[in-house]
Design a protein around this ligand. Structure first.
Ligand SMILES: *Cc1c(COP(=O)(O)O)cnc(C)c1O
Length: 423
């Protein structure tokens, strides 16, 4: 992408020619106390609120006020099947078939429920592989699963590490782990897009490698869903989980997503934790039937879901559905490529981008290492109206989100960084 240009005029003309630019207006952009819009670069942490969210939630509040329990069947969007209204759009976002996708619970909870079914250790095959820089919650979750099954978590956990002096994990090192210990490994569980480096792993390659060695393969796609085209079905992964409050803009702590590959859809023998919402819809309310599990990912639901949170997810998915991941991905590549172009002009001796340079190996986030930086740099950026994310010891994570960030956001962010670095 060598046709990027420096200068504010270029950013302005890019915004003018951007087909997705009008979508920014569909979001609330937070402002500082003087009324200036923030340069919001943390959609990877908490996505912004669509302006439509309020009316989606209000609809359910009104139906609850006016209908009480009758809302389960009589609400404009009846609550009994409400989760079904999300399935198709969510499946499109993650590249799955509707039968493979369900919105339920929260992210780490879903990870545990998936491991209840898909982590079935035996005496000789019980180890779990995760990436060394995995999100802490994922690491804690897999460690506790090891302990739950009576294994030592130090012995049972294999870390796929970047080499000394490098930031990114290499596939040949995962292959080496599989060659040497493959028959002791029960599960490979990787963050599909690493939260720290922004590295987007080749899900299909990892899945094929794992399956070749007889392992189950699952991904935590919290930083992938709504950010990259995940193609979960084609990846062949056994399961995946993700949250909806990052790139999916569904509000703090909102419900999470879960993918179970079609090949497991009708396997009633899979061990699982169940509840009445995993049970056959036709006989669910007879209450006295033997348990009869639903096919597909729906068969992992436990409870009747929180409709208010689902309404926020529906508001967001309706936007995603309208735009489509393909167009989002096109803008994302262009916007993040521009960001990279401008950052490099600050001098590669001062700034090091640890996120992969290849657009196929990243989403919109760039993780920026700044020479001799400490948290003061981040605080100064915040003071200047740039909302970014600081990770010790010296990394700023910034995610220009194609739905609501602009080329001018990116331009001004780098200009402000330049002023701070020179000051
Ligand atoms: C954001 C994130 C989490 C957070 O988990 P919650 O259960 O939603 O609190 C876990 N894992 C990854 C990889 C994440 O990016």
């Amino acid at each position: 992408m060598s046709n990027y240009k420096s200068g504010l005029d270029y950013a302005k003309s890019q915004d003018q020619n951007d087909e997705l630019a009008p979508y920014r207006d569909q979001f609330h952009i937070p402002k500082d106390k003087d009324g200036n819009e923030w340069i919001y670069m943390t959609g990877n942490s908490l996505g912004l609120q669509p302006k439509s969210t309020k009316s989606y939630i209000n609809q359910e509040l009104e139906d609850w006020a006016n209908l009480g329990v009758e809302g389960h069947t009589e609400a404009k969007n009846p609550w009994l099947p409400y989760h079904e209204f999300l399935t198709e759009s969510m499946a499109k976002v993650v590249g799955a078939k509707p039968i493979e996708v369900i919105v339920m619970n929260t992210l780490t909870a879903n990870l545990h429920f998936m491991m209840v079914s898909f982590y079935q250790p035996t005496k000789s095959r019980y180890k779990i592989v995760i990436e060394a820089d995995a999100f802490p919650s994922d690491k804690y979750a897999v460690e506790s699963q090891l302990r739950h099954h009576g294994y030592d978590d130090k012995d049972g956990l294999i870390l796929w590490k970047a080499r000394a002096g490098e930031e990114l994990a290499r596939y040949e090192d995962l292959e080496a782990i599989m060659e040497s210990q493959g028959d002791e490994i029960a599960l490979i569980m990787i963050g599909g897009v690493n939260y720290y480096t922004g590295q987007y792993f080749d899900l299909k390659r990892i899945t094929e490698l794992g399956h070749k060695h007889g392992c189950i393969v699952g991904f935590d796609c919290a930083h992938g869903a709504g950010n990259v085209e995940l193609n979960l079905h084609d990846s062949g992964a056994d399961f995946a989980v993700w949250c909806t409050y990052k790139y999916l803009n569904s509000g703090p702590g909102s419900l999470a997503g879960c993918f179970v590959h079609e090949r497991h859809a009708h396997n009633k023998d899979l061990n699982r934790f169940t509840g009445w919402w995993s049970h056959n819809k036709q006989t669910r309310f007879n209450m006295r039937h033997e348990f009869d599990v639903l096919p597909g990912a729906e068969g992992w639901q436990l409870s009747n879901p929180p409709i208010l949170s689902m309404a926020a997810i529906k508001a967001s998915l309706d936007i995603f559905n309208e735009v489509g991941m393909k167009k989002l991905n096109e803008k994302s590549r262009s916007l993040t490529g521009y960001f990279e172009f401008l950052l490099k002009q600050l001098g590669e001796d001062v700034i090091k981008i640890i996120t992969p340079i290849d657009p196929n190996e990243r989403g919109c986030q760039l993780s920026i290492q700044v020479l001799n930086a400490d948290k003061i740099l981040h605080d100064k950026l915040t003071e200047a109206g740039v909302i970014s994310d600081w990770r010790e010891p010296d990394v700023i994570r910034c995610a220009p989100v194609p739905l609501y960030n602009t080329y001018q956001d990116v331009y001004h962010m780098v200009e402000k960084l330049k002023v701070i670095l020179n000051g």
